[in-house]
Design a binder for this molecule. Structure first.
Ligand code: SF4
Length: 474
């Protein structure tokens, strides 16, 4: 008799019905050769900027990303830019926030900061002491860099909830400045996996955490992870059920990938850990599709599930991705403006020197031609929007994705990965299982890794490698 649950059995049957084993190799997900699409061109494909090399500033900046490059330790799989600090001694974070204020003043000499959406990522933004958070947000508000009606999101590590009094002060400060959405790094329910991945927390925090957040009216996103070494289908089903039971407003399901330079990559290289097969990890993704849609969540291609009114899965894209300005702030931050993908320095000490000298924190960037920008817009529309709106492309580029890439779309339709309805191109549920791999088909052939600074190779491989799978697969 099978020991599969009904959910596992349904997902296994769906995997076979989708014939995922028959997809071209480049469209099959691979933990060791996967590019999480949030930046394109990749860090390795941007060139190093000299003084004054950055793009012209936009007239106004409405979106800013703040990278908080500190964590209480390093998770085994993590490839973000960060510095490990003792959470009891956070002087370095306080000093960093003073430099961050200097960075905002620097930008304000070149553009109007009227920030309506502020995203705190990391690293661990919830390591910021509550009074220092208040100091930063009051500074941004007093200088009128932060719009009075601003909204925002901040990422919370589970360890944040250990000190309830400090957590309450922190959350009240966020709310006071309009930052009413948090993303909680729950990851998995399985304590063995949490230990193996060096996450530094148990799963039991969530009960208290949700009560605290709900009492203050926060919108809550839960981050979950699948594709972990040793994560059985049963373990993943438990994580999904536990997350659903708390009824968060949204859920992000992240596929674990393995970048060079991480502890996990080293363990894989030494043969100490085996990564899951394609069948296993995609069955996990299908289990998420089945369980979360049954619980009333709608899937967007970017690993994101939302429910209720204002469901982003029903939004009509209002602009192309290239029309959105994001100001990167802090070391390790990415941004985009002036048709240029940008990255700040990935070095806290260098960032400190630049802020002390009143110099730009930009390290690298890649300005895109109109043709390259069209490719990037197709990639990010696939990844982040409920559908590609061809009319937006026609207005901006005088051509649409179907006319520009007829052979690729014909093949994607034949493989049941996308469907076309009038002016809209949708990823099918099957297509959403491989959004990055599909988006990778639209990479521009002229965008390649550049000759680089001596010593940068390892850093680039760790923080934002480019995938090696071919861009043409048939
Ligand atoms: S995964 Fe998050 S908490 Fe873990 S080391 Fe990376 S940034 Fe820090």
């Amino acid at each position: 008799m099978s020991d599969q649950s009904p959910l596992m059995a349904a997902a296994t049957a769906q995997y076979d019905a989708y014939r995922l084993d028959e997809l071209p190799r480049a469209l099959q997900r691979d933990s060791l050769d996967y590019y999480y699409l949030s930046v394109y061109p990749s860090l390795a494909e941007m060139r190093v900027f000299g003084p004054g090399d950055g793009p012209p500033y936009p007239a106004t900046v409405a979106n800013a990303y703040i990278h908080v490059p500190f964590c209480s330790g390093v998770c085994d799989f993590c490839s973000y830019y960060l510095v490990a600090v003792n959470p009891q001694r956070r002087a370095a974070i306080r000093r960093y926030l003073e430099q961050l204020k200097a960075e905002f003043d620097f930008h304000a000499h070149h553009t109007t900061l009227d920030i309506t959406y502020l995203y705190f990522g990391g690293g661990t933004p919830s390591l910021i002491p509550p009074d220092a958070l208040d100091g930063l947000l009051s500074f941004l508000s007093d200088r009128r860099y932060l719009n009075r009606g601003a909204l925002g999101t901040l990422e919370l590590h589970p360890e944040f909830f250990a000190d309830e009094a400090a957590a309450t002060r922190f959350l009240d400060t966020l709310k006071h400045y309009g930052i009413g959405r948090v993303s909680v790094g729950y990851q998995v329910s399985d304590e063995t996996l949490l230990r193996d991945t060096k996450r530094r927390h148990a799963a039991s925090f969530l009960n208290k955490a949700m009560a605290l957040l709900r009492a203050r009216g926060f919108l809550v996103n839960l981050d979950l992870m699948y594709g972990l070494a040793g994560q059985s289908l049963g373990s993943w089903e438990t994580t999904l059920a536990d997350a659903i039971a708390f009824a968060p407003d949204s859920i992000s399901t992240y596929f674990l990938f393995v970048n060079q330079g991480t502890g996990l990559h080293e363990r894989v290289r030494r043969g100490r850990v085996s990564l899951p097969a394609h069948r296993h990890l995609q069955t996990q993704h299908i289990m998420a599709q089945l369980a979360l849609s049954a619980a009333g969540y709608h899937e967007l291609p970017n690993d994101f599930w939302a429910r209720g009114t204002g469901d982003p899965a029903t939004f009509r894209p209002e602009r192309l991705p290239s029309a959105t300005v994001t100001l990167p702030t802090g070391p390790g931050a990415y941004g985009y403006y002036g048709h240029t993908q940008l990255a700040n320095v990935f070095d806290l000490a260098e960032y400190e020197r630049r802020m002390a000298d009143g110099r730009s924190p930009l390290w690298r960037g890649r300005h895109l031609s109109a043709e390259e920008s069209l490719h990037r817009d197709v990639m990010f529309s696939l990844k982040n929007d409920p559908f590609i709106d061809c009319s937006l492309f026609r207005t901006a580029y005088n051509t649409g994705p179907l006319e520009r890439f007829p052979a690729i779309f014909e093949k994607l339709v034949a493989l049941d990965l996308v469907e076309v309805s009038g002016e809209r191109i949708y990823l099918t549920p099957k297509g959403r299982l491989g959004v990055e791999e599909i988006a990778g088909l639209f990479r521009h052939p002229a965008i390649r890794a550049v000759e680089d600074e001596p010593g940068a190779t390892a850093l680039l491989a760790k923080h934002n490698f480019a995938p090696t799978y071919p861009s043409v697969v048939w």
